[in-house]
Structures are given as C-alpha cells and as structure tokens.
Design a protein around this ligand. Structure first.
Ligand SMILES: Cc1cc2nc3c(=O)[nH]c(=O)nc-3n(C[C@H](O)[C@H](O)[C@H](O)COP(=O)(O)O)c2cc1C
Length: 189
C-alpha cells in the first residue's frame, strides 16, 4: 500500500514530521508512507487557477489521487489549522475531479503545549468533510508536550505515544481495507 504523508509544518525540525515518520514506521510491514513536499504551493488565487492549476498543486492532487490513503500530521496554530496547510487543502478542493473523494485519511497532531493540538483536529475534520474524504474517527492521537517526547534525532522516546500511534495505524490499515471493499462494491453497482 502506498500512503501519502502531509506534514502541516514547514519547519525542518518539526515534531509533526517526526510523528509522521513514527506513523510510517508503525505501518512499515503493510504500507510505505512517503511525505509529500507541498511547500511550493502559492497562496490560493482564483485568477491564478483560471490560468490552470500550478504545477505544485497538480503534483499534490496527483499524489493524493494515486495514493491508497493520506496521513496528515499537523500542529495547531492559534487554535486552528496552520494557514499554509489550509491553503494547500483549499487548492486541492477545487475542480470536479476531487482527489480526496472517499480517500481514507488519518489525522495526528503534536504540539509543544499540553493539549497536543486537540482543536486543530476538529477544524481539519470540518474542512475534509467538504471534500468527502473518508476520515478515520478513532482512535485519535494528540501528542502534547512534544518537545519531551522526541529526541534530537527525531526518535520518539515516549512509550505511551508509540503505543497510541501504533494503535491508530492498526485501525487505519483496517479502515483502508474496508474502504477498498466499499469502493469495489460501488464500482459493481
Ligand atoms: C503561529 C503559531 C501558533 C501556535 N498556536 C498554538 C496553539 O494554538 N496551540 C498549541 O498547542 N500550540 C501552538 N503553537 C505552538 C506549536 O505547538 C509548536 O510551535 C509546535 O512545535 C509546532 O509544530 P512543529 O514542531 O511540527 O513545527 C503555535 C505555534 C505557532 C508558530
């Protein structure tokens, strides 16, 4: 299985990228997670879109379309979605060929605060609702005090966090397979 990973932070030493990598390690036996660099996506502008989707947007849309599933690990900015990630999703949401349609998506968040990005996840779910993506409900993963849970090499040093992520990825695999069966059933109707 091929899973596209999106990190909501552009920071080199992002805890959310470390979390994405941890999720990828948990899936290793069944799926490969490749992080997609969407940092070149310009601010959304309908005039720009009228000239054709920018190549960075096309690359993200195709990356999502060709993947079996999407993993998003994102920080919370001011109680909500980081502007750059929301902007990328706004671009992806345009057009009649919605790449997120029925696509299995799992969300994780890490923050240096105590709540681990609890608020961003519900805003992200709301945005993904519009695209008709199939977002895994549970188990949820919120990594609070992230600076204490990853070492300088990006390795997660917190056993409980590793177990939460492992449990979510186990559920995600089952969910992806279930969505694949649903997709086949839809195709035969
Ligand atoms: C603009 C901005 C807003 C932030 N707002 C929140 C917030 O609302 N809640 C929170 O828990 N952390 C907040 N933080 C702190 C982030 O959790 C912290 O910077 C975290 O390391 C970002 O994730 P990253 O390591 O993946 O870049 C904010 C950080 C920035 C830069």
């Amino acid at each position: 299985m091929n899973v596209i990973g999106l990190c909501g932070s552009l920071r080199g030493q992002s805890f959310n990228r470390m979390l994405l990598q941890l999720a990828g390690q948990c899936l290793q036996a069944a799926a490969s997670v490749v992080e997609h660099d969407w940092s070149a996506i310009p601010p959304f502008n309908a005039d720009l879109m009228a000239k054709g989707m920018p190549s960075s947007v096309r690359a993200l849309r195709e990356g999502i379309r060709s993947a079996d599933a999407v993993l998003i690990a994102t920080p919370e900015y001011n109680f909500s979605i980081p502007g750059m990630l929301k902007n990328a999703l706004d671009w992806v949401s345009r057009g009649s060929d919605q790449p997120l349609l029925h696509k299995p998506v799992a969300i994780l968040s890490a923050s240096t605060g105590p709540l681990g990005g609890a608020r961003v996840q519900y805003d992200l779910r709301k945005v993904l609702l519009f695209t008709n993506a199939a977002v895994l409900s549970k188990p949820e993963v919120f990594v609070g005090q992230a600076a204490d849970k990853f070492d300088d090499h990006g390795k997660c040093t917190d056993q409980a966090t590793r177990e939460f992520v492992q449990a979510q990825m186990h559920a995600f695999l089952e969910y992806i397979r279930w969505q694949q069966v649903q997709r086949m059933a839809r195709a035969t109707v």
